[in-house]
Design a protein around this ligand. Structure first.
Ligand SMILES: [Zn+2]
Length: 174
């Protein structure tokens, strides 16, 4: 059984007992913390979540998120599209002690009084997947890297004097 709506809060233990799945869309614009880090857009996140209880009795949820965000390149300040595809497995716990005791394949998801803030958790996962410094791929960026970064100094068979000369010639012609 799969539901389209992604609630703000859920009872993860009930969802896990029933083996529920969710498959829904969320608006990026509704995610306040994430919105601070992206260029405003109509982008949506497709979130697929599945709840269960493993053989050790641990309540878990696996998730798959897909979205295309618009970020601002920190080199040329133009917007660009950044695709995120994230897969994660979380163990649902009630306390930090339980979180520390989780087997290592699980990242902890902390439930408060039996409630899990589901949309917040999805937002957190997307934030975790943002690049530290948003930038175009070098070939797509308007600001070209300095020559030192493009392998020029390592010597690619080009005589630096020839390059300088041809630069000077170019300048004269322009
Ligand atoms: Zn750029």
């Amino acid at each position: 059984m799969s539901e389209k709506f992604i609630p703000e809060h859920i009872d993860p233990f009930r969802y896990a007992e029933q083996g529920l799945c969710l498959d829904g869309m969320l608006k990026i614009a509704d995610m306040q913390r994430l919105s601070l880090n992206v260029v405003p857009s109509e982008a949506m996140v497709n979130a697929k979540l599945k709840f269960g209880v493993d053989e050790q009795g641990i309540t878990f949820l696996t998730g798959h998120l897909e979205t295309q965000l618009t970020l601002q390149c920190q080199r040329c300040l133009e917007p660009f599209t950044y695709e995120i595809m994230s897969h994660f497995t979380l163990g649902v716990v009630n306390t930090l002690d339980e979180a520390n005791a989780l087997p290592e394949q699980y990242e902890p998801a902390l439930a408060t009084e039996g409630n899990l803030a589901l949309r917040e958790l999805i937002e957190d996962e997307i934030i975790l997947n943002l690049p530290i410094i948003p930038r175009h791929e070098p070939e797509d960026c308007k600001v070209k890297l300095p020559l030192a970064d493009s392998g020029w100094e390592q010597g690619k068979g080009e005589n630096p004097f020839h390059v300088l000369q041809s630069l000077k010639l170019k300048q004269k012609r322009e």
